[in-house]
Design a protein around this ligand. Structure first.
Ligand code: CTP
Length: 476
């Protein structure tokens, strides 16, 4: 059956169709369907009302449009204006690799960084730039671009675009689509760290989150501007594509629904004086990934974290602390829990007498730093008589004799499972994105060791949460 491309019709017919469809509150395509139906049923539109034919349009699309594929999810990708716009081209590729149709909208500012032609070539679709586009068969284009898709992704989401969204502005195609949307929206913010931290942006972000808008990033790192670093870099294309797939995917099973999970993460800082502290290289990434995975599995998650540069995982209650003693108090206050996972790299020692003033260099030499042991949070909670969570999981960070030391730790601390990882500098685990772990579980008097291959910290988290879900299911 032949398909009809409205864009290629005579201008006169197009304007007749536009007028008629606007009058009837339909899209042009729907209006054409109605006319054809009426014609077949014997009540065609009066010929006198049809416009005279006009010369064929000379313009032809640079890239042949393939149209959405049947059964494939589709994304309207709004590319905002910013240096990160070039990553949006990579994002088109990543989405298409995942069998997602992509239809792009470029803001005026985005066109300073990428061209409609490149977005069109990658998406195999026409690209939209104007709110009032006479050449578009997308009648009331913003409405259809907002609704004839499964998800709207904005990458980069600039501070300006987010401000417009938060306040309901619709003065260009991108903001009109976002205001007219009845589909989920995923933003990948990208901006200068000062703009991200500006009070106005913070308010807008909070409002957008409250409005149910999904966000990925921004990440911390170097900015395109020279000598600038901080939180503001747009997430990588693969991360955004993965987040889009997560939203598009049918709802996942929630094996930990109704369970309370308590997690510690990150390092602790132990003050020496008001300006100095003892710390370690933990990034908190593994604990945060576990919190996100447990939340995705339906758990009610509380994450007690030492000082880290990570965003709060969505839907997780995050309590930020400094020292080991703060962490212990907040963990105790967060009980009861069904499952407790201690991923924090807690400092073993603190300074006995924290200086009230900054320690000064004196001719007498270096100040003696007397250390005292910190409370062991994992051991304290494992040994509780009343509020001990039914499943307590510790981590073992080792640089030698990994399994033997981990076995000794499980016994000494009284937890049920231990996730042992080699944190020698050569592994890159501390601060890195990957981890190689061994899961030690008690089986009566024996301890079983399950060695996992090298994985990303997110994969380790997903695997651990799957094991926990299985254990919880077996116990119930
Ligand atoms: N842990 C804790 N409180 C501490 C020290 C450690 O809760 N004061 C927890 C960690 O969160 C981890 C486990 O105990 O789950 C093991 O931590 P690790 O640093 O590997 O061992 P340590 O107990 O510090 O022992 P060592 O330094 O001798 O290896």
């Amino acid at each position: 059956m032949a398909s009809l491309t409205i864009r290629k019709l005579d201008d006169g017919i197009k304007s007749y169709l536009r007028l008629r469809s606007a009058k009837n509150g339909r899209s042009v395509e729907e209006e054409v369907r109605v006319i054809l139906r009426e014609y077949c049923e014997g009540s065609p539109a009066p010929a006198s009302s049809l416009p005279p034919p006009s010369p064929a349009p000379t313009e032809s699309p640079a890239v042949e449009r393939t149209g959405p594929s049947v059964g494939q999810p589709s994304v309207t990708l709004i590319i905002g204006g910013g240096i990160a716009a070039f990553k949006a081209l990579e994002l088109i590729r990543r989405l298409k690799e995942r069998h997602i149709d992509v239809r792009c909208v470029l803001t005026r500012a985005a066109q300073q960084f990428v061209t409609p032609l490149s977005a069109s070539a990658l998406s195999h679709e026409r690209v939209y730039t104007d709110l009032f586009d006479p050449g578009s068969e997308f009648d009331a284009g913003h409405i259809r671009l907002a609704r004839e898709c499964d998800l709207i992704v904005v990458a980069p989401a600039t501070a300006d675009l987010m401000a417009k969204m938060a306040h309901g502005h619709a003065d260009d195609l991108a903001s009109a689509i976002l205001l007219a949307a009845n589909r989920p929206i995923l933003l990948a913010p990208a901006m200068n760290p000062l703009m991200w931290n500006n009070a106005a942006t913070r308010r807008n972000v909070m409002q957008l989150r409250r409005d149910g808008i999904h966000m990925i990033g921004p990440n911390a790192g170097e900015m395109a501007e020279s000598n600038e670093a901080g939180v503001g870099r747009m997430s990588e294309a693969a991360e955004i594509a993965a987040a889009a797939v997560d939203i598009l995917r049918p709802p996942r099973p929630r094996p930990l629904a109704g369970k309370r999970v308590l997690i510690t993460a990150g390092p602790t800082h132990e003050a020496i004086d008001p300006v100095r502290y003892i710390a370690n290289r933990s990034s908190g990434k593994q604990g945060f990934a576990i919190a996100a995975a447990a939340q995705a599995a339906g758990a009610d998650v509380t994450l007690v974290s030492g000082p880290v540069e990570l965003r709060d995982p969505p839907g997780v209650t995050v309590i930020r602390v400094e020292s080991a003693r703060d962490m212990l108090h907040r963990v105790q206050a967060a009980l009861p829990a069904d499952i407790a996972i201690f991923a924090a790299a807690v400092a073993d020692w603190r300074v006995a007498n924290e200086g009230e003033q900054k320690l000064k260099k004196t001719p007498a030499g270096m100040p003696p730093l007397q250390l005292v042991e910190n409370p062991d949070i994992l051991a304290t909670i494992s040994k509780l008589e009343d509020k001990r969570p039914p499943l307590v999981i510790g981590f073992a960070a080792e640089t030698e004799h990994l399994i033997d030391n981990a076995k000794a730790k499980i016994a000494r601390k009284g937890c049920d499972w231990i996730v042992a990882n080699d944190v020698s500098p050569s592994t890159g685990v501390m601060g890195g994105d990957r981890n190689t772990v061994h899961l030690l579980t008690r089986n009566g008097a024996d301890i079983e060791v399950d060695s996992w291959p090298v994985m990303t910290k997110e994969q380790v988290a997903a695997e651990l949460v799957a094991k926990i879900a299985k254990a919880v299911e077996n116990d119930s």
